[in-house]
Design a protein around this ligand. Structure first.
Ligand SMILES: [Zn+2]
Length: 252
């Protein structure tokens, strides 16, 4: 069984100069699947030109909460048109971020809600970003039920259980490998194995021992191994479970 990265941004400019090496490094480390997340239409289109014979890349597009002030009705329709494409596997990352932007909460909620409704109408899974906004995120995701994953989950184990009750998946990033990690360790113990995913969110959130360097999909292995260690489970079994979860959620 192979590893996978359920959330990466290898279409980011951080990978412009050595993308082929990054892809080869993925394959060499047995990371054979990845979900490529785009927040801009240009990046999404460019994403389809990225390929490697041993890697299965899938694509997701969504309006990022930090960008809602710049989204005209016309641009929203441009996104919506692409959500309808078969090659758009998921809608995301979408959600709420009150850490960076507090001034436009209502606008964030409105754009998140409209994308949730589209996901429901189109029967597509969502990938959710939530920072300093967990209660509002939860309320909306409870109100409008679709399938989806809380990406880079960074809240309490108790709240993770609540999302799982609604049927959502919880994705763990490299922060679980960091020295000061406490909450992520509790979260992986609280979430049933059939609702867990792992991700890099690269180029951000680089796991130990590479913290400080640019992150890349190959490093998801550190996160996966750390979870196996914390839960005392077999690596092969965990990889198999991750692949099942990934396929079930993204309908692959
Ligand atoms: Zn991301």
């Amino acid at each position: 069984m192979n590893w996978l990265d359920s959330h990466c941004h290898i279409n980011d400019k951080a990978f412009k100069d050595d993308l082929d090496d990054v892809l080869q490094n993925m394959a060499d480390n047995d990371v054979r699947k990845a979900m490529l997340i785009s927040s801009y239409i240009d990046d999404y289109e460019y994403g389809f030109s990225i390929s490697h014979p041993e890697i299965e890349l899938k694509h997701s597009l969504g309006i990022y909460p930090g960008d809602v002030d710049d989204v005209s009705e016309e641009l929203f329709e441009e996104f919506a048109r692409r959500f309808r494409e078969d090659r758009c596997q998921a809608i995301g990352e979408i959600g709420l971020d009150y850490y960076w932007d507090k001034h436009n909460k209502q606008r964030q909620i409105e754009i998140f809600k409209r994308q949730l409704l589209l996901a429901k109408e189109l029967n597509k899974p969502i990938i959710v970003h939530s920072r300093d906004a967990i209660q509002d995120t939860y309320d909306l995701m409870k109100q409008i039920r679709v399938e989806g994953v809380m990406h880079c989950y960074s809240n309490s184990a108790e709240m993770a259980r609540e999302f799982v009750k609604l049927g959502y998946y919880i994705s763990i990033s490299g922060t679980i490998t960091w020295k000061n990690a406490r909450e992520p360790l509790e979260v992986v113990k609280a979430v049933p194995l059939n609702r867990l995913l792992i991700e890099t969110d690269c180029p951000y959130l680089t796991p130990a021992p590479n913290r400080g360097k640019r992150n890349e999909p190959a490093y998801v292995v550190y996160t996966g191994r750390k979870i196996c260690e914390v839960l005392g489970i077999d690596e092969e079994d965990f990889k198999k479970q991750l692949n099942e979860n990934y396929h079930r959620l993204f309908r692959l």
